[in-house]
Design a protein around this ligand. Structure first.
Ligand SMILES: NC(=O)c1ccc[n+]([C@@H]2O[C@H](COP(=O)([O-])OP(=O)(O)OC[C@H]3O[C@@H](n4cnc5c(N)ncnc54)[C@H](OP(=O)(O)O)[C@@H]3O)[C@@H](O)[C@H]2O)c1
Length: 245
């Protein structure tokens, strides 16, 4: 078995990595980060972890990493890909309150990071999904990407790109089982979690339960560890409940 975590420098990505290393110390972990120096020293120097340069905007290049290819080969299909990269705000992107705030460049960036990056990663990694063991594609999505659940509006780039990510997962859940079985493709809502992504919204989050990253990782690990083919195509909340698409 092997675990690949895209966005391993993030709060949820790194907490998930630590949880996997605790629960499954013998399984190799491959972490992808656009700035490897932002990945904790403990993860970077861990003997079971390979940290690779990766940007959501570009295909993952494994040509210079024969050791990673070998780990994926040895997994015999049992590859768990967790997409924990995401963008809500950065220098050029801030969540829109009104339709007048929509900005083309921000929308494109959000789609690149929140949705397209997963598709490109699956393109590269799916050959290693073939085998007798269960492969998993788990996208860390967000409840605000649920079309049915949208009561508040706003946050156009984030909501639309997470809805697109959900459709990406749903599409993968239809196509991939035809080629790679057993497999489970799921979208996960991590719950509100303390991180750089949620930090600017701490005032509005005051009314919500905010989980620490390690608590979120424990919740998500519980879901991931229990996945089977029967879960393929689900949008699952941190507490195990289904979220409407
Ligand atoms: N925190 C919450 O309350 C919450 C709620 C619902 C859903 N989520 C989702 O959970 C996921 C993880 O978020 P988080 O809270 O852990 O936030 P975070 O700490 O800001 O982590 C975001 C991760 O995405 C990476 N990233 C951003 N742009 C990238 C790019 N262009 N290429 C490669 N990597 C890129 C970041 O890399 P750098 O470290 O280099 O910036 C970081 O590793 C996201 O998808 C988010 O939408 C979070």
């Amino acid at each position: 078995m092997a675990v690949v975590i895209a966005g391993i420098s993030g709060a949820i990505g790194s907490a998930l990595a630590e949880r996997f290393l605790t629960e499954r110390p013998d399984e190799p972990l491959i972490g992808l980060a656009r700035d490897v120096h932002k990945v904790s020293k403990a993860l970077r120097e861990h003997s079971g972890v390979h940290v690779l340069d990766w940007q959501a905007e570009l295909p993952l290049d494994l040509t210079g990493h024969p050791e990673v290819r070998e780990q994926l080969e040895l997994a015999k299909g049992g590859v768990t890909l967790i997409y924990a990269a995401g963008l809500l705000h950065d220098e050029g992107v801030s969540p829109e309150k009104r339709v007048e705030d929509i900005d083309q460049a921000s929308m494109l960036r959000a789609f690149q990071v929140n949705c397209i990056g997963l598709g490109l990663l699956v393109q590269t990694l799916s050959p290693w999904f073939r085998g007798k063991r269960l492969a998993c594609v788990a996208a860390v999505s967000a409840k605000v990407g649920s079309i049915d659940d949208n009561q508040l509006g706003g946050w156009y780039a984030y909501r639309c790109s997470k809805a697109a990510l959900n459709m990406m997962v749903k599409n993968l859940s239809v196509e991939l089982p035809r080629k790679y079985s057993p497999i489970a493709c799921v979208a996960l809502h991590p719950g509100t979690t303390r991180s750089a992504l949620s930090d600017p919204f701490s005032q509005s989050l005051a009314k919500l339960t905010v989980h620490e990253p390690d608590a979120t990782a424990a919740n998500l690990y519980g879901i991931l560890a229990g996945l089977s083919e029967a879960d393929n195509g689900r949008f699952i909340s941190w507490d195990g409940r289904d979220i409407p698409w």
